[in-house]
Design a protein around this ligand. Structure first.
Ligand SMILES: Cc1ncc(COP(=O)(O)O)c(C=O)c1O
Length: 411
């Protein structure tokens, strides 16, 4: 096995010369040099609008095309026509909920989960309010830290129009048995809308294997610019009503991307996929771009989950700390390296502030996983202290936060 090229990786990220330890990755990752360079280059070379006859416009067309194709490869889709790019995952989900829900009404049902980030809950709750639909809540299983297929079954009916659920939690880090949950929902005739925001920084999504209908993610969580990305079945994107201007393109994805695209950020998005292919090369992967990206994920997962286990084991040795998620090393393939803790004697906001003063970046609170914080019986505002690793973190950073927490939590 090729050792993980951590030095080469860190050299790609200019922000990492900063003495801070970036352990706030579930809220947004740092950006490698090729991404910021691509954004800057597009602002010089491709700053014209799309669809013109002249060179700068054709350069913008090429950027648009490349970004969509790159995301199709990254998510395991068939072509860039299946990729809708917009401001954020939340905005795309509000938009798509409106489009899908236009033909739904009283008696129709939506299933949302107690495990999801609000970005994949509130759009559906608001839709249900607007259209008089019924909402069913899929519980979070506190023993397995995930959604259990047996708990989905009784909620499905022939009136279920859509199941909205996440791939991995941004609070507990646990991964859902998505293919099985999707199969159950689709068998009942429902659409499946997946929030993969927390999974895609750590694992290769394969939409064809998952067989879901939509899968959304956020590029700023996987080393790219601030954009949301939505993969959708091409037939659905083509048929679903689009809230767009009358003269907008009729074909997907353009019909769901109303307004002028953020070309420079699209250039950064394609570069983020390029960075992952580069990481695959550094990790010994060969073959197609998809194979190289898959190789990057495999190497990064091995590396970052080793770090995560050392973090978890160290946290468990601190008296009073409760890890709000899977801790058993034998179940490490059921989680991503997002590790949340609580301590009965300390406010998480105070701990996050004290760590920030030492140059350790973490997040505290419910992290918008509002129902999950409630179902774990946590103080809603204080939530958890969340330590989120990425593949550019080091054992030194893990030891640093463990030492800081040992001192802060000393009885
Ligand atoms: C799991 C999850 N879903 C959705 C979102 C929302 O993404 P965006 O900021 O792109 O709207 C986030 C952001 O933190 C998230 O962590």
């Amino acid at each position: 096995m090729t050792p993980f090229p951590i030095e080469q990786v860190r050299a790609q990220f200019p922000a990492l010369v900063n003495p801070a330890a970036y352990l706030d990755n579930p809220a947004g990752t740092q950006v490698p040099r090729p991404v910021s360079a691509a954004v800057a280059a597009a602002m010089t070379d491709a700053a014209s609008n799309l669809g013109g006859y002249f060179q700068a416009s054709q350069a913008a067309d090429a950027v648009y095309e490349q970004a969509h194709e790159a995301m199709a490869v990254m998510l395991g889709g068939a072509s860039g026509r299946e990729i809708v790019i917009g401001q954020s995952m939340t905005m795309l989900t509000f938009q798509m909920s409106r489009s899908l829900g236009r033909s739904w009404g009283p008696g129709d049902e939506l299933i949302v989960t107690q495990m999801d980030h609000e970005g994949n809950v509130s759009p559906w709750l608001r839709l249900a309010e607007d259209r008089g639909m019924t909402v069913r809540w899929l519980p979070f299983n506190r023993d397995s830290w995930r959604i259990e297929p047996d708990e989905l079954k009784p909620l499905l009916s022939d009136r279920t129009r859509l199941l909205a659920l996440n791939y991995a939690s941004n609070l507990t880090g646990s991964i859902n048995p998505l293919a099985e949950l999707t199969r159950l929902a689709r068998r009942a005739g429902a659409l499946v809308y997946v929030d993969a925001v927390q999974f895609v920084p750590h694992g290769k999504a394969e939409v064809a294997q998952l067989d879901c209908d939509f899968l959304a993610c956020s590029a700023y969580k996987f080393f790219g610019p601030h954009l949301g990305v939505l993969w959708g079945r091409e037939s659905l994107l083509a048929e679903t009503y689009a809230y767009a201007v009358r003269c907008a393109p009729q074909a997907p994805p353009g019909r769901h991307e109303t307004g002028t695209p953020q070309t420079e950020l699209l250039a950064g998005l394609a570069a983020a996929a390029g960075y992952m292919a580069w990481l695959g090369d550094q990790s010994g992967a060969t073959g197609s771009v998809a194979d190289r990206i898959a190789g990057a994920y495999a190497a990064a997962t091995r590396y970052e989950m080793d770090l995560a286990q050392q973090l978890i084991d160290g946290l468990l040795r601190i008296p009073g700390v409760k890890v709000q998620g899977i801790t058993d090393a034998r179940q490490r393939d059921r989680r991503v390296p997002t590790v949340s803790i609580t301590h009965p004697g300390h406010r998480n906001s105070a701990l996050a502030r004290a760590l920030a003063a030492q140059g350790i970046n973490v997040w505290s609170g419910h992290n918008y996983a509002l129902e999950l914080a409630r179902s774990l019986g946590l103080d809603e505002q204080e939530g958890v202290l969340r330590i989120g690793l990425a593949h550019y973190n080091t054992l030194g950073e893990v030891e640093r936060i463990l030492a800081a927490l040992r001192a802060l939590l000393r009885p």
